[in-house]
Ligand binder design. Structure first.
Ligand code: SF4
Ligand code: SF4
Length: 489
């Protein structure tokens, strides 16, 4: 068309050009438009029709909003494109520095036997399941080959505090070897049952963040989490309070895993978090690995979403009453929706975070693309094993066929179903989940629980943002600036 008309005639006929965007019909009256840098815009149906027909008046509010948010271009200036490119680089900045989060599976032993355990833990007295110092040393050496100047070390299990000697070794060896050239942050993911004063002193001395599991009221927590030494609830509450007092509330965060029992009690769970003194809660559904595999069918994705919706509604109401509490998953999505940043949450990235942004060193020296990949391996499927600290080099592991296949098949920009989705920029791909639940790493969106869950939660957040309730908009903005919790590990 452009070749057939003189430039001025072209401009008169088509006064603006489209920049890349997705859209969806929001209701009979409105459309939601989003773009590659995370900007969003609700348009009246009539304005949307005018916009796509290139007849939208440049004096209208809709036009000005679309222009300012990079949905259209109406000049030959390169500046808007350069600005869009800068914003795009910011949105994809999680790829800079490559793999930043390194999970060390210190042991599979655990003093709990939670019925939803995805890690396939073994009893605390079993031998042969601890990471030894030679394996730890080799894993740290590999980690320090990663180009990023800022690395996060996460101690996982089983129960990592049962192998505190290797945890100490990793902290001290990695600090010595990095020699100040890399910034190292440490997190221990622990049920806290084996916490002692000596262990806590070490955690404090080395500024290690604590991430724990807490499922809410006693009848739910003890129902989900079986502890060989008595009530898991009692020991968790006691030690959570000790950590809060000794390290500060901002040094401990908690995850809640929703069982079939949990999803009947959203308000009670949130209230228990408030009672204990938490200012954030991270809600998540059961993962389809380990002992959880058989529990997955205990509730549907729709039932989980109903639980999530009620919990979030309650959290908003508590905030209205002046009680400060944040929901962690919503906070991550809101950071993607309301800020130029990517939130750094490895489970929602394109390409996938598995291998790219995080990696798991198993207790036996095998290296997996993610925590879930090593869980799958414990179930007998080694598909996402990237190599071994004993037999493979950094380039074998981080440039090998496993990571290449994961990246190739995990860009939402081109995946069938995701490529046209208006929520694509806020979502991500999880090829290991697709493989586990659907037998295919690309997966099938219409029957994917991962897709259903993300789509409905993102939609829910947009519903709140579009509701005209200023309190909710201000609350959500306060959750993302500044961020209140440690969140994404
Ligand atoms: S979920 Fe955690 S605390 Fe529970 S058995 Fe598994 S590793 Fe242990
Ligand atoms: S997984 Fe679903 S919600 Fe996420 S981008 Fe793909 S289609 Fe959209």
């Amino acid at each position: 068309m452009r070749g057939l008309l003189p430039v001025d005639a072209f401009r008169n006929a088509f006064p603006y050009r489209f920049l890349p965007f997705q859209f969806m019909r929001w209701s009979d009256k409105e459309y939601l438009l989003t773009n590659i840098v995370g900007e969003s815009c609700f348009l009246q149906a009539s304005d949307f029709t005018s916009f796509v027909q290139k007849t939208l008046s440049d004096s209208s509010c809709a036009y000005k909003e679309l222009k300012s948010k990079h949905f259209l271009l109406d000049s030959d200036s390169k500046l808007p494109i350069e600005l869009l490119a800068t914003k795009y680089r910011t949105k994809k900045a999680f790829m800079e520095g490559f793999t930043r989060l390194h999970l060390f599976i210190l042991t599979l032993r655990c003093d709990h036997s939670c019925h939803y355990c995805a890690a396939s833990s073994v009893p605390a007295n079993q031998s042969g399941y601890d990471m030894n110092q030679e394996t730890a040393k080799r894993a740290v050496d590999l980690m320090l080959c990663c180009p990023s100047n800022s690395l996060k070390v996460e101690f996982q299990g089983g129960e990592p505090l049962l192998n505190i000697d290797t945890m100490r070794f990793i902290c001290e060896y990695s600090k010595d070897k990095a020699a100040g050239e890399k910034q190292l942050e440490y997190v221990v993911c622990t049920n806290l049952a084996s916490l002692t004063k000596e262990k806590l002193d070490y955690i404090k001395q080395h500024s290690i963040l604590v991430s724990t599991s807490f499922d809410g009221p006693r009848f739910i927590h003890d129902g989900n989490r079986c502890f060989c030494g008595g009530s898991s609830y009692d020991i968790s509450v006691k030690n959570i309070k000790t950590v809060m007092n000794e390290l500060g509330k901002n040094r401990i965060s908690a995850l809640m895993t929703a069982s079939a029992l949990s999803i009947k009690h959203p308000q009670e769970i949130v209230d228990e978090y408030v009672k204990i003194g938490f200012e954030s809660i991270f809600l998540r559904s059961i993962r389809p690995y380990g002992r959880s595999r058989t529990l997955e069918s205990q509730y549907s994705a729709s039932e989980y979403l109903e639980f999530y919706r009620k919990a979030l509604e309650h959290i908003i109401e508590l905030n209205r009453q002046g009680i400060h509490i944040v929901e962690g998953f919503a906070q991550i999505l809101l950071e993607k929706i309301l800020t130029p940043f990517a939130a750094g949450f490895v489970d929602l990235q394109s390409p996938t975070g598995s291998g790219m942004s995080f990696v798991a060193y198993n207790y036996d020296g095998n290296v997996y693309a993610s925590d879930e990949a090593r869980m799958l391996a414990k179930m007998g499927d080694e598909t996402f094993r990237m190599g071994s600290v004993y037999t493979n080099s950094y380039s074998d592991i981080f440039g090998g066929s496993t990571i290449r296949a994961l990246v190739d098949n995990s860009c939402v920009e081109v995946i069938p179903g995701c490529s046209e989705c208006a929520f694509q920029v806020y979502c991500g791909a999880d090829p290991i989940h697709n493989y586990t639940t659907q037998g295919d790493i690309i997966g099938h969106r219409p029957t994917s629980d991962f897709c259903q869950q993300n789509k409905e939660i993102i939609r829910l957040l947009f519903e709140y943002l579009n509701s005209g309730d200023d309190f909710i908009r201000d609350l959500f903005l306060s959750w993302v600036s500044p961020r209140y919790s440690m969140g994404e590990a």
